[in-house]
Design a protein. Structure first.
Length: 598
């Protein structure tokens, strides 16, 4: 029996030909496509395959180490872990970011923002840093789940560690993750890099940074590294030795504990800074680890202002410390001689105003030396009246005030030395005669930094040279100017400073140190004009914010050792009692602790 009962059940002949034609056409298309991929584009796709198998990425260079003058380590590098995402290997970006947020506790919106901001700067096959700092627990979780989440990669890189933390934060500064502006301005930087943001880390960034290396890796289909080869090893940044003496720095920090103020220890012959203490301080490691917004706001809004570098960024009335500068102006312009005397009854009248001396009964007949030893205000009221604002300001500028010292730290302030023009421009008012009297005792508009005072004292004992303060060991002395005093005039002020320590009525007598020549000048700088009610109060009953600032400016010599030590304690009341014990403890450490000059 035939398979088909009738002709109507037989397949059409044309249909078979059409089916055969379609099969032939399909075969031709496959053959053509095969030729295109294997022959025409074969070399291109072969290169692409090799590129997928072999990848190159950066090797991070460790930053240069920082040591003190005696070789003690201050800043080092330690291994740290960051989480990166390789977009080329990531199969589900949204789900991956959600998972990373769960693992690390970083807000999902923040991760998405980081990814969106950084993706245009990072190649698809290179890790884009999502979380810059991972804990060991987080690293363990990520590594354990890496097979299920291709594209995630733990990146190992060096992280800055400050061994003394807050003690040197105002000198060293800190490093933090690079921002958009820094990326735009420096082609050597990449997303996720760390750069210096404050202090020496910022100023010496190029020297500390080093040069990144390059690594080639063979990876499998999931992006796991199978083999590695170093193409270019990273080059570590330059190691730097500071002029800072860690022992002195630690002592200064301890002596200022619980206070707000500054201590500077300086070598007057070369400008080397041996101690640079600003209190209160902050832990610069917190910035390297990554501050949360809440932590940053708390630090920024702290009423004790720990971020403020009080050595160079806070400006204060110098009080009686400034009398040495005014005395220098009087000698320079020939307004006084060492033998000239002024009678101090405890006050001076100018028009309807009465300007009082700190000693109610007065100092009696007072010459130049006595005026500094006992810090007589009336002597300087009369000298300031003679000199006038023009001469006093001119000499103060020549003595290094009113402009930054040039130390290698950012955001240094120059203080303020008032002039007629300045007052007219600032307040639209003329200079009044009574303001000469306030100017002469370091009050009124006059503002200085502790570092300016240290440099000025140094110039009195080093031959008159104004030296740039140096923070790097081995740097040569850099002269910026010479104060306009003769050797004999400088010697008069130097001897008066020594008498201020040695004489029974000297205001700096607590600095006496056996076997050491010590000179000093106290300063009590008024913060606000005291009311009659406040004047009647005992010191300890005056509200803290209304208390006077306490200054002690000094130098010490023994053999070939010479040091300048300046201390300023905010609201410390009196220079002798508020700042004096701190300076005395430093000299005891230097000379009794056998700390030699370097």
């Amino acid at each position: 029996m035939s398979l088909y009962e009738s002709k109507s059940q037989q397949p059409p002949k044309n249909g078979l030909l059409l089916l055969q034609g379609l099969i032939l056409l399909l075969f031709c298309i496959f053959a053509l496509r095969f030729w295109y991929l294997q022959i025409h584009k074969g070399e291109y796709f072969s290169e692409q395959a090799r590129n997928n198998q072999l990848r190159q990425d950066n090797l991070y260079a460790p930053r240069g180490l920082i040591r003190d003058r005696n070789g003690q380590l201050l800043a080092v590098n330690e291994p740290a872990y960051a989480l990166g995402i390789v977009r080329e290997d990531c199969k589900d970006l949204d789900a991956t970011l959600v998972t990373v947020s769960k693992w690390t506790g970083v807000d999902l919106a923040k991760l998405q923002k980081v990814f969106k901001k950084s993706r245009r700067r990072v190649k698809p096959f290179e890790p884009l840093i999502l979380v810059p700092n991972l804990t060991f627990e987080q690293v363990a979780v990520i590594e354990a789940n890496s097979l299920h989440w291709p594209g995630l990669e733990v990146v190992v890189r060096p992280r800055r560690k400050y061994l003394q933390g807050p003690l040197l934060s105002h000198v060293l500064g800190y490093v933090s993750e690079v921002d958009e502006a820094e990326l735009e301005n420096d082609s050597d930087l990449a997303v996720g890099d760390y750069v210096g943001k404050q202090g020496l880390e910022s100023v010496l960034e190029k020297r500390f940074r080093g040069v990144k290396g390059r690594r080639q890796s063979e990876v499998d289909a999931t992006g796991r590294r199978l083999k590695e080869r170093i193409l270019n090893p990273p080059i570590a940044g330059e190691d730097i030795d500071l002029s800072i003496d860690l022992g002195l720095q630690e002592l200064g920090g301890k002596l200022l504990e619980g206070k707000a103020g500054a201590v500077v220890v300086m070598n007057p012959d070369n400008g080397q800074i041996l101690a640079f203490v600003s209190a209160p301080s902050y832990d610069n490691n917190a910035f390297t680890d990554g501050l949360s917004q809440k932590q940053w706001v708390a630090l920024r809004d702290d009423p004790r202002t720990p971020l403020q570098n009080r050595v160079i960024q806070s400006v204060y009335p110098p009080g009686s410390v400034f009398k040495m500068t005014v005395a220098g102006a009087g000698l320079h312009y020939g307004m006084i001689t060492p033998e000239d005397t002024v009678y101090c009854p405890g006050h001076m009248k100018l028009g309807k105003y009465v300007f009082r001396c700190w000693k109610r009964g007065g100092h009696g007949e007072t010459d130049l030396e006595k005026s500094l030893v006992e810090s007589c205000d009336v002597y300087y009221y009369k000298l300031g009246k003679k000199l006038g604002v023009d001469r006093m300001s001119e000499f103060a500028f020549a003595a290094g005030y009113g402009k930054p010292t040039g130390i290698a730290l950012p955001h240094e302030k120059g203080g303020l030395i008032p002039t007629r023009k300045w007052k007219k421009r600032r307040f639209g008012e003329i200079w009044h005669p009574g303001e000469n009297l306030n100017f002469s005792i370091g009050q009124g508009y006059t503002l200085v930094t502790p570092l300016q005072v240290a440099r000025s004292i140094s110039s009195l004992i080093n031959g008159g040279r104004l030296l740039r303060p140096q923070l790097l060991a081995g740097e040569p002395a850099e002269e910026q100017g010479v104060i306009p005093l003769t050797d004999s005039q400088r010697e008069l002020i130097r001897k008066a400073m020594i008498a201020t320590v040695d004489k029974p009525r000297g205001t700096a007598r607590r600095l006496r140190t056996k076997g050491v020549v010590v000179g000093g000048k106290t300063g009590t700088a008024q913060v606000v004009k005291l009311t009659d009610e406040l004047k009647k109060m005992k010191d300890e009953d005056i509200p803290y914010k209304y208390r006077d600032h306490a200054w002690m400016a000094s130098f010490a010599e023994k053999g070939d050792q010479r040091y300048v030590v300046v201390c300023m304690v905010e609201h410390g009341l009196h220079g002798g009692s508020g700042a004096g014990p701190i300076v005395k403890a430093i000299y005891d450490y230097i000379f009794k602790g056998n700390k030699g000059k370097k």
